[in-house]
Design a protein around this ligand. Structure first.
Ligand code: NAP
Length: 277
């Protein structure tokens, strides 16, 4: 068994006094007590990079994506870092799949962090609102909002029991800026932001962060705007430290942006301490 609170091959993985430093409630004696995260959309892009960083800190992981082969490759890579990984292929819009994800976390001993990261654009490439099919809009809302809430609802009992339960809803600057062609996707992310804010008000015992990662060089970005040269955009790995900062410092629930977190003040009191839009 791994020593408590020590990442495989690394030093302590949580700051002293961190809520997850204590044995997590409900975990059976004599079993690992590493924190557990569910990350949706973890086969590539930001989800995979975040999974790698958490695995490096000793987190046990439940990973999701629709394409089994890519997800399994990601799962094997992360399991090679000495943590337990459950790769559960499926579509987050399916209630049965969401239940399977939470059941996998339960099997690992509980759930401390849910990352709603899987996302749909609604049209690939993006189109102006006059051309956006209503089915495309429905797909964006179904994946980015309805499925996110469905997974939160399924996960809430375990998150409440964690003692340090956390939800990260991956947002976008398209939720707050009126970029041409980003209307359907942006509307879905705005809805996700609001849902996160209300959840935070209703669940003071858990942290709920909506996080805009900023532009990243990923398949999603290239599908959205294939004519744009994405080569200058940051790789998702460069954004991950912003998410780790949230987990380490556990500021108040609210909306954060990765660029602000990466360049922001040394003390993180809450979203108001950053220039977050
Ligand atoms: N890239 C950017 O510039 C940017 C900017 C702002 C915000 N974001 C947000 O950042 C997050 C990550 O995006 P990314 O750029 O890293 O995208 P990505 O590289 O295209 O990865 C998306 C992941 O989600 C999975 N996925 C998509 N639909 C799914 C579904 N219905 N069920 C389960 N898994 C699904 C994909 O695998 P399968 O296709 O195999 O399912 C893949 O693992 C998203 O929430 C996105 O909106 C991205």
């Amino acid at each position: 068994m791994r020593p408590e609170h020590e990442a495989p091959g690394a030093g302590p993985f949580l700051p002293w006094g961190h809520p997850l430093e204590k044995r997590l409630p409900g975990r059976p004696e004599g079993t690992d007590v590493m924190p557990v995260a569910i990350i949706t959309g973890a086969s590539k892009g930001l989800g995979r990079a975040l999974g790698a960083a958490l695995a490096g800190r000793g987190w046990d992981l439940v990973l999701d994506a629709r394409t089994a082969a890519a997800l399994d490759a990601s799962g094997r890579d992360l399991a090679g870092r000495g943590v337990r990984v459950e790769a559960v292929a499926g579509d987050v819009t399916q209630a049965g799949h969401r239940a399977d994800l939470v059941a996998a976390a339960h099997k690992l001993g509980g759930l401390d962090l849910l990352v709603n990261n899987a996302s749909a654009l609604g049209a690939e490439p993006l189109v102006r609102l006059e051309e956006l099919t209503l089915d495309g809009l429905r797909q964006a809302l179904e994946t980015n909002v309805v499925a996110a809430l469905g997974l939160i609802q399924e996960a809430l009992p375990l998150l409440r029991a964690s003692g340090a339960g956390t939800v990260v809803d991956v947002s976008s600057d398209a939720a707050v800026e009126a970029y041409e062609t980003w209307g359907g996707y942006g509307a879905s992310k705005a809805a996700l932001d609001h849902l996160s804010a209300v959840l935070a008000a209703e669940e003071p015992g858990i942290r709920v962060w909506a996080v805009d990662p900023g532009d990243m060089r990923t398949d999603l970005y290239e599908a959205a705007v294939p004519d744009d040269d994405a080569s200058g955009r940051p790789a998702p790995e460069t954004v991950v430290p912003a998410f780790l900062r949230l987990l380490d410092e556990r500021p108040a629930s609210g909306r954060y942006s990765a660029p602000s977190l990466l360049d922001g003040p040394a003390s993180l009191d809450g979203p108001s301490s950053l220039d977050v839009r």
